[in-house]
Design a protein around this ligand. Sequence first.
Ligand SMILES: Cc1ncc(COP(=O)(O)O)c(C=O)c1O
Length: 397
Amino acid sequence: MASFIVSIAALKRNTTILRETAEAAGCRIVLALKGFSCWKSFPYFRDDLSGCCASGLWEAFLARDYFGKQVLTYSPGYIESEIRELCEFTHHLDFNSLSQWYQFREIVMNHPRFLSGEMHCGLRVNPECSTGDTPLYDPCVPGSRLGITADQLVGADLNGLSGLHFHTLCEQNSDDLEKTLAAIDEKFGHLLRSEQFTYLNMGGGHWITKPFYDRERLIRLVRETKARYDLEIWLEPGEAVAIHTGVLRATVLDLFDSAGYRLAILDISATAHMPDVLEMPYHPDAYLVDAGKVSVGPAVTLAGESYHLSTEDPASPHRYRIGGPTCLAGDVTGDFAFHRELKVGDVIVFDDMAHYTMVKTTTFNGVPHPDIVLQHEDGRLETVREFTYADFRDRLG
Ligand SMILES: Cc1ncc(COP(=O)(O)O)c(C=O)c1O
């Protein structure tokens, strides 16, 4: 059976770095549930983080029920019933536009948790400072619906708001944060300097746990920003928590030739189980499991198994176009070359499939959903969820 396997040791490696960074910088770091919500793993690293950020009511419930600590909620569009429920437990409630804030501020500002200071409200701003390479992930593109621009704030009634929130980065280093903070200061510095504003949420996209990430610069930037405006700083990474912590393990179901291509059909699908491979798009590392051979270092070392990393070598005699068992002609994970010929029953492990993958899966074509497995620090594998026909059926009616 296909499975997502998440390594507790790898998660703890990442969250230890995040805790140490937060301590050195004097800020708070929370997990963005949109990137990683494998809640059965939360008890193993929750002590390292300050809580979670939620993209709406259901993620906020998950944060409250399975993580605890602080819940920061931001959504581009709330409905009244969600606002009423969120007021009962969220700590930050951030709005995407002035019109949403004006629509709900009466409910929020009259709530006992707002009046007692347990819940604070903020506004997502758009500094119009693009630093990334992928327009699909750029909230600063002209016409962006994410966050409000400085010109829209002129003359606005901001009474009741105490926070600003920006999220403009994606898989980026702290030099891009530095550029963004300069734009934030130019456009919104007058608000942040006023006594009314007590927190600044710098969103996600900080690749803090990557070896090359310049953490010293992040620490300096956070300290300088705190000193400049005298407020609390929050960071809400998703990817930095779960990067290099999980794999998707699949089995070769069929092999055949077509028009000069050698094709391999697996029991996992790009469109249903790893959609960012098609959306981003990107080419994941794949490992062919071969017991007894020299092992290479994937993110998760599965007990007793060794791996051979695939290549993209176009001249390799063992080159395959790998795809899934769905009707989508483009359900192709990519072209991979292996150290030997594949055979039906071979196991292939795709690297780095925990973040933004497990949260996006579907059962398109009724393809069985991979099991969810935790790998404990002693190497033991624990299957925490198996999916059945009933799971597929019940989501559809
Ligand atoms: C508002 C907000 N916060 C945090 C994140 C997490 O970003 P990342 O997983 O890249 O760190 C995202 C991702 O899209 C986001 O939209």
